[in-house]
Ligand binder design. Sequence first.
Ligand SMILES: [Zn+2]
Length: 262
Amino acid sequence: MAGQVKLLRSKVLLIGAGGLGSPAAMYLAAAGVGTLGIVDMDAVDASNLQRQILHSTERIGERKVDSAKKTLTSLNPDVNVLTYDVRLGADNILDIFSGYDLVVDGGDNFPTRYLVNDASLKLGIPVVHGSIFRFEGQVSVYLPHRGPCYRCQVPEPPPPELAPSCSEAGVLGVLPGIIGSLQAMEAIKVLLGIGEPLAGRLLAYDALEGTFRTFRLNRDPQCPACSLPKEQLVIEEYDQLCLPHPVAPPPVAMPVAVPVSA
Ligand SMILES: [Zn+2]
């Protein structure tokens, strides 16, 4: 009962109402999280419905945030759904993030993840990260200044040709369903202060192998984001990360990861 009251008073912001955001938002609404904010600037598209289960064929062409609000409020009318039909940028991210207890990042590109990371450090808001690539998915939790951040884990994004979007790479809808559900679980743990959140750990799921592995993530003392006092952290765009590299790309920095269990 105490946990349920706590959830009702909680405010969670979801980045994206797509493959990861759909299951995460539905389980958070069903669990009774009182306020759910959703940032997405796209419209419902038939080609995404195999994974974006917040939406349906009748809503093709509708704004995704409006479609998400309809589904979530019919699932649980007690949930206050706030929508942001905007592109998340350096100019609006701090205003949008302010007042939220936690961010569930279901974004599908590196510039947004870096922006989300820096804004969450600045405001001290935990982030539950999820990402998918082909048949693999990853989940981690970043507690600001209490563990590694996303930029400790991924100091430099891979070149664009190695980081295709879902529509380019193709993805089986069940996979983001699993990863988004894990994100909802981690979000509830952090909100309630129960269990061991995946902070400083990366949970990796290989759908084809049918295995989960946990890797330890270390905080980088030289991290350009979380080693700075939050007053000195400048929120800026990372759109240049998406530009093609004019010369041979630098080697992709791998996360400092040690398997702790198979
Ligand atoms: Zn860091």
